[in-house]
Ligand binder design. Structure first.
Ligand SMILES: [Fe+2]
Length: 391
């Protein structure tokens, strides 16, 4: 991960780059800041040794950028031909980016050792109603992706019809209770269940449970959250598992991970009207009635906790609580065009990355929707990520 103060300065510099320089041709800071905070110039392991702004300097910088940005907004032409400014795209891109870094910074805080990070929950996460039931999604075409050019990022852009064969999908995400059965049932010891590269990874790294899990005594499992010990919340979705662990659990359960198309169909398609919903429950922006987002509960709710957030097919918890691994590699849609820069998505396409969907309790509402695609390496566990199974 990056040092937190790098993320913070980078949020401001990305805003300066896109909203002042690219959109309006204005400069503010000197070029060295651009180099320091350019994510493609410095991989994460180099960032601690850069000459970073300190907290006070970063505060001043972010405020100065924001003031200049708001001034330009007074006269910005959002109805013209400039694809950056049209419909306010670049403003939304900046918001999306800042929201994503908010979550990344929490991932870092969850990984940090030391005194722990305490933040009071602003809402009590509701108890769940987990179930083993699966929902049947009949075969047929649906429309994948979006044509929303104001909010959507390049990789989710370009609607296209996709034929999906009928399948079953877990109604609620896999819980800690269910995953514990796999752990205690020897799932991490059965080589034959694992993809060879996943098995090699568990052996090399000595992995025998989700990240942050530990055992106090037989059958008493605890987890560390932000540096504090907590008993496992059995009804909550399992979190901090890699793609390999999710994929292996699914095989152990006689199931598999859903493809990205299956996930999006189950979340977004309304078979009665033949239309697509921006959120599983419909058009309304996310609220606490629908889902657990925005770091308000500061942890996952029980699986199946939000009946008002149910999708048209009857699937629960697709947005919020935990990201969900899919079986799919990160690949371009048919009409993909890189915009506004290749390093946003294009350089990541290929078999190295798996797609995650749905956002987590730590995702800001602005940054998530049915069509949003996230991606990471299959060994990564720092994300607030779980999964559900299909068959
Ligand atoms: Fe970034």
């Amino acid at each position: 991960m990056s040092p937190l103060i790098w993320d913070y300065g980078h949020i401001g510099n990305y805003e300066e780059l896109w909203l002042l320089e690219r959109a309006f041709g204005k400069g503010l800071s000197d070029r060295t800041l651009y180099d320091t905070y350019d994510a493609s110039l410095h991989p994460r392991e180099e960032r601690p040794s850069l000459d970073l702004l300190d907290r006070e300097g970063a505060d001043l910088y972010l405020d100065a950028v924001r003031d200049a940005v708001l001034e330009e907004l007074q006269t910005a032409d959002l109805g013209g031909d400039d694809p950056l400014l049209r419909d306010g795209f670049v403003y939304r891109m900046i918001l999306q980016h800042e929201c994503q870094h908010n979550e990344t910074m929490l991932q870092t805080l969850q990984l940090m050792r030391g005194e722990g990070y305490r933040q009071e929950a602003q809402v009590e996460p509701p108890d769940g109603n987990p179930t083993d039931e699966m929902v049947h999604v009949p075969g047929g075409t649906f429309v994948m992706g979006t044509d929303d050019s104001a909010c959507a990022l390049d990789n989710e852009h370009g609607t296209h019809e996709v034929e999906v064969a009928g399948f079953h999908l877990d109604k609620t995400p896999v819980t800690n209770r269910a995953y514990l059965e796999f752990v205690e049932g020897g799932g991490y010891e059965r080589e034959g269940l694992w993809r060879p590269e996943g098995w090699a990874w568990t052996q090399e790294r000595g992995i025998s449970a989700p990240k942050h899990w530990y055992q106090r005594e037989p059958h008493s499992w605890w987890t560390q959250r932000f540096g504090f010990d907590e008993p496992l919340h059995m009804d909550a979705p399992v979190v901090h598992v890699s793609f390999y662990e999710a994929d292996t659990y699914a095989r152990w359960a006689g199931k598999r991970l859903p493809t990205e198309a299956e996930w999006e169909k189950a979340a977004s398609w309304d078979p009665e009207t033949g239309t697509k919903r921006p959120f599983p429950w419909g058009d309304e922006p996310p609220s606490q009635e629908h889902t657990n987002l925005d770091q308000l509960a500061f942890g996952p709710a029980g699986a199946g906790a939000y009946p008002a957030g149910t999708s048209a097919y009857g699937v629960l918890g697709m947005i919020g609580d935990v990201w969900e691994w899919t079986a799919s590699d990160f690949a371009p849609y048919p009409a993909f065009e890189s915009f506004p820069y290749k390093e946003y998505s294009e350089i990541f396409f290929g078999p190295d990355y798996k797609v995650l969907r749905g956002g987590s309790w730590a995702t800001r509402p602005y940054a998530i929707r049915n069509t949003f695609r996230n991606w990471d390496y299959p060994i990564r566990r720092q994300l607030f990520v779980g999964f559900r199974c299909a068959k």
